[in-house]
Structure formats: C-alpha cells, structure tokens
Design a protein around this ligand. Structure first.
Ligand code: HMG
Ligand code: MG
Length: 305
C-alpha cells in the first residue's frame, strides 16, 4: 500500500511527556511556555493537560492553571485527558478544545491505571461522552497496552479491536492505539492494526507508540504502510507512564518528522523549531534529550549530554 500524502501529529510532550517527570513539580510557567513554543512550530494538535486525580499523578495537578496561561493560537487544538465526569467538568471550565478518555486492552493495566475494570471504564465514559457532546467537545479514545502489558504480558489483537470498537460506538471520533510499554515489533504492530481495522475504519485510528525497546520508528513505518495517518509523539521523547514501570517516553516528534520528511509525507510542522523546543525543555528539566535527530542536528545544551 502507498504511504499517505499527509500525516497529522498529535503532540504529547506536555501531558504524556511531563506526567511522569521525576523530581519536583515542573513549574506551571514552564509547562505553558512549552505548549506555546510547540504551537509555534506548526503543530496543530497538542495534548496540553490532564484532569486526573492529583493524588495519582501529581505532575498534572496544575492543569487548570496551565490551560488558563496559554496564548491560544488559532487553528491549534488544545486537548486534555479526562478519566471521568469530574475531569471533564474541569476540562470544560478550562476551555479544552477536545478531551480524551483512556482504557486498555488489559484488565490488569486498567485496574492499576484507573482503578476499575475495562467494562467499568466504558460505563464511566458513557455519561462523559454524552456531556462532552452536549458541549460540542470532541472525544478521543485511547486503548493502552495494545502490543503487550507490564502485568499480563501478551495481548490478543481481538481484545484491542473489541475495546476500540466499543469506544467508537460510544462516540469517540478517533482511537489512539497505545503501545504503552514500547514492546512491540513491526509485524506484531501490523497484525494488531489489521485486527482493529477490521472493526474500526483505518481513518479513525492513530498510532501512539512508546520507544522503550527502540522499536517505535520501525513500528510506525509498518503501520504507515498499512494506512495509518495520525501519529502521537513527544518532543525530545519526553515521558513514560506512571503505571507502567520502566516504560520510556513516546517516540520523539523530531525523529518522526525526520522519518516522514524522508518518505515525502507532509506534516506542516517545522522540524528545526521542534528540535530547538526539545533542547529548551530538556535544559529546563535538566534531563537528556531522547531524540536521536535532535542530537544529530546539534545545539544540544541539555545538561547531562
Ligand atoms: P479513584 O481513587 O478510584 O477515584 O481514582 P474516586 O472517584 O474514588 O475519587 C477518589 C478521589 O479522587 C476523590 O477525592 C475525588 O474527588 C478525586 P477525595 O474525596 O479523596 O479528596 N478525583 C479527582 N480529582 C481530580 N480530578 C479528577 C478526579 N477524579 C476523582 N478527574 C481515577 C480514579 C480515575 C480518578 C484515578 O485512578 C486517576 O486519576 N487515574 C489517572 C491515571 C493516569 O493519569 N495515568 C496516566 C495517563 S494514561 C497514559 O499515560 C496512557 C496513554 O498515554 C496511552 C498509552 O501510552 O497507552 C493515554
Ligand atoms: Mg502514552
């Protein structure tokens, strides 16, 4: 199959990237500046905050202030993660353009992550999606652990397809397929996607791959061949999931942009600006830049490189 002409990037650094940042809480002003800088690179969709319990994820506790501090750029979607109605109400007040609910293909992971079963999570999302629809807010759905679970191990593609279909039938406009712990390999990713695409149109699917085992770019190449047109990624490869020990960040946005440029696929995003933003945020956090492309393109002033 031919590659798509265009790919939409959904930027994860402010949410998936920062939610698990060890050490002190990242200052609200730094989060705001990160999002504003990302919006200036041409990115059109930024997951800006997470309205989850601050007891569970302390780094996201200032979601309301982060959203309030943004200089909104027209044409950019600023979305937020919402696990329940309480989270949705916060996101509505904060003016989120879009929200995202999250479940998984693994019962054990769902329990650890949101303290309920897959079935209960779907029941919880029903009134949330209804309420969001009344507000005219689109809802994205995540399915985690699609290529393996830290607690359950192997995951059947049929289970990923079942949960994805349920979320679409409930009203999500898109399903983002999460390799939460980055254990997938290309043929496995293809097989999983084929199973899901038999239940949900390919045009409503996105790839959300973490890079723990260094396979994310290879996996993305494989699913691009299958027809995926939406990719979640995180500038400087920031991140990791608090309920998946050892999981590293999403594939780096810089690395995805370089790959897509090489394949002649348009994104509308300026690679050099993202590289500069990645160096800036890693310097602020005092951590290593996880993008190979950013390191290759130089100007890396992050402190431990
Ligand atoms: P719970 O303890 O079962 O919730 O947690 P509860 O309804 O019993 O409430 C307990 C307390 O939490 C109450 O406060 C509520 O008010 C409060 P208390 O009375 O004890 O003071 N609470 C909230 N506070 C703020 N915002 C809220 C909220 N809801 C309840 N929305 C809950 C259930 C879902 C809230 C909790 O498990 C939670 O917040 N989990 C979030 C976990 C998380 O954020 N994980 C990371 C994101 S998922 C991810 O990274 C994967 C993804 O990237 C895709 C991939 O890579 O696969 C998306
Ligand atoms: Mg993730």
């Amino acid at each position: 199959m031919a590659f798509p002409e265009q790919v939409r990037i959904v930027e994860m650094a402010p949410r998936d990237g920062l939610q698990n940042e060890p050490g002190p809480i990242v200052p609200t002003a730094t989060k705001v500046e990160l999002i504003d800088r990302l919006a200036a690179t041409g990115l059109r969709h930024i997951e800006a905050a997470s309205f989850v319990s601050p007891k569970w994820v302390p780094q996201m506790g200032d979601a309301t202030d982060v959203m309030a501090g943004l200089t909104r750029k027209p044409g950019v979607v600023y979305s937020a993660l919402t696990p329940n109605l309480q989270g949705l109400e916060g996101a509505i007040i904060a003016g989120a353009d879009e929200v995202a609910v999250f479940s998984a293909a693994s019962e054990a992971f769902t329990q650890k992550n949101i303290n309920c079963s897959i079935g209960e999570s779907l029941e919880r999302f029903a009134p949330l999606i209804e309420r969001a629809r009344k507000e005219g807010i689109r809802v994205r759905g995540y399915v985690s652990t699609v290529l393996g679970c830290p607690y359950q191990g192997e995951i059947a593609p049929a289970e990923v397809a079942r949960v994805s279909r349920a979320l679409i039938e409930m009203g999500c406009y898109e399903i983002s397929l999460g390799d939460t712990i980055g254990v997938g390999t290309p043929l496995k990713a293809k097989r999983m996607l084929e199973a899901v695409a038999a239940e949900v149109p390919m045009g409503q699917l996105a790839a959300h791959f973490h890079d723990t085992y260094g396979q994310a770019l290879a996996n993305l190449y494989a699913v691009l061949e299958e027809g995926i047109k939406v990719i979640d990624s995180s500038t400087a490869g920031l991140g990791g999931c608090p309920y998946a020990r050892g999981a590293s960040g999403n594939v780096a946005t810089e690395d995805v942009l370089y790959l897509l440029q090489g394949l002649g696929i348009e994104t509308g995003v300026d690679l050099e600006s993202v590289v500069a933003t990645g160096h800036w945020i890693t310097q602020q956090l005092g951590r290593h830049n996880g993008s190979k492309v950013a390191l290759a393109m130089g100007d890396n002033r992050s402190c431990d490189s």
